[in-house]
Design a binder for this molecule. Structure first.
Ligand SMILES: NC(=O)c1ccc[n+]([C@@H]2O[C@H](COP(=O)([O-])OP(=O)(O)OC[C@H]3O[C@@H](n4cnc5c(N)ncnc54)[C@H](O)[C@@H]3O)[C@@H](O)[C@H]2O)c1
Length: 321
């Protein structure tokens, strides 16, 4: 097998490239470097610089490298940006996927893993989110992921491509400091950012119907997530049809609990300030991790504290602190 990892120079893609190549899979990466960093890729993993919107390039890469499977992570991922630029998100996330699927079908590639998101669910009022929980995304980013899943399943059925859609929950951490996410868009880096500036971390709402009043999420170490991709890629060899799987720990952690862990790990302990709720935040979003265990034989193994410690080492490398 030779696996093409689109978005392979990105935060998660580079972890996937590393996990798969360390497990003995042959991999190469394609990335337009709009957000990617080539140095993240392990030695021996070739990088093709180019876009998932470039069909001719994709066909050439699939043929030249005799690619037999694709892990598609390349996408734009910022919710607020998707609200401001919905056409760009549909064009790049959905259009890029359609172009890729055409090339995959033409090249006779029969295996594909698609990077989806818990954003497809929107804000369901359930204790644990199962894969059959109705999808109702609340922003264009989540819509492009749900539309992407539909497209993956339809193209898979039409062209005999076996597919796995992985719905990631809240990803953080780094397998090595140089692989860390350098953006400040998610809660862990946002809290590091505030604390290292000497500012109090912010909590948006503490009057939710949760044990401590703050929102509850399912945080997963990116190294565990990368291993889920390896498990999905291997599962595809025995699969005909499609599979959709949550990737989370299956355990809820409140914002206040997470901020406490971040304070302990970083040594920057400032009491958080509570501000008003942000529109669109669900009180609770926690995965049922049962299907991932049953279907992929994969379970997250790294505790939240280890995830925060690894994220902190990455933050110090890139930002100081
Ligand atoms: N980080 C998260 O918490 C999270 C959660 C759920 C889902 N996801 C999904 O996981 C995937 C990877 O996310 P990430 O956090 O690693 O983001 P990232 O921005 O670090 O990685 C995306 C990579 O794709 C590349 N890219 C973007 N558009 C491209 C295109 N059209 N052609 C080629 N390359 C392109 C970028 O340069 C970047 O290297 C995305 O599909 C994202 O939507 C991420």
């Amino acid at each position: 097998m030779t696996w093409l990892i689109t978005g392979g120079a990105g935060y998660i893609g580079a972890h996937v490239a590393r996990a798969m190549s360390e497990a003995g899979e042959r991999v190469l990466a394609l990335d337009d470097l709009s957000a990617g960093v080539p140095e993240r890729l392990p030695v021996g993993v070739p990088l093709v610089r180019g876009s998932s919107l470039d069909g001719e390039l994709l066909k050439r890469v699939l043929a030249d490298h005799a690619v037999t499977g694709v892990v598609h992570l390349a996408a734009r991922k910022q919710v607020a940006e998707s609200v401001a630029q919905p056409t760009r998100y549909y064009r790049e996330n959905v259009g890029g996927l359609a172009t890729l699927l055409d090339a995959v079908a033409e090249a006779g590639v029969r295996r594909l893993v698609f990077s989806s998101s818990a954003a497809v669910y929107g804000n369901p009022d359930v204790d644990l989110i199962i894969e059959d929980t109705p999808c109702a995304p609340v922003n264009p980013y989540g819509e492009t992921k749900l539309t992407g899943e539909w497209l993956v399943r339809a193209a898979g059925a039409a062209h005999g491509i076996s597919t796995v859609c992985l719905r990631y929950f809240n990803v953080a951490g780094a397998a090595a400091p140089e692989l860390a996410d350098t953006g400040v868009f998610n809660i862990v880096p946002m809290v590091f950012d505030r604390l290292t500036r000497g500012e109090a971390p912010r909590i948006f709402g503490d009057d939710y119907p949760t044990p401590d009043g703050t929102c509850v999420r399912d945080y997963i170490h990116v190294a565990d997530l990368a291993e889920a991709h390896l498990a999905a890629a291997r599962r595809l060899s025995g699969l005909s049809g499609d599979l959709t799987v949550n990737v989370g720990r299956g355990e809820g952690v409140s914002v206040r609990e997470l901020i406490d862990v971040i304070g302990e790990v970083s040594g920057h302990t400032r009491p958080p300030v509570v501000e008003g709720r942000r529109p669109g935040d669900a009180p609770r979003a926690v995965a049922s991790a049962a299907r991932a265990t049953e279907e992929l034989g994969w379970t997250a193994s790294r505790p939240v504290r280890e995830m925060v410690e690894s994220a902190w080492r990455g933050w110090q490398r890139h930002h100081g602190g």
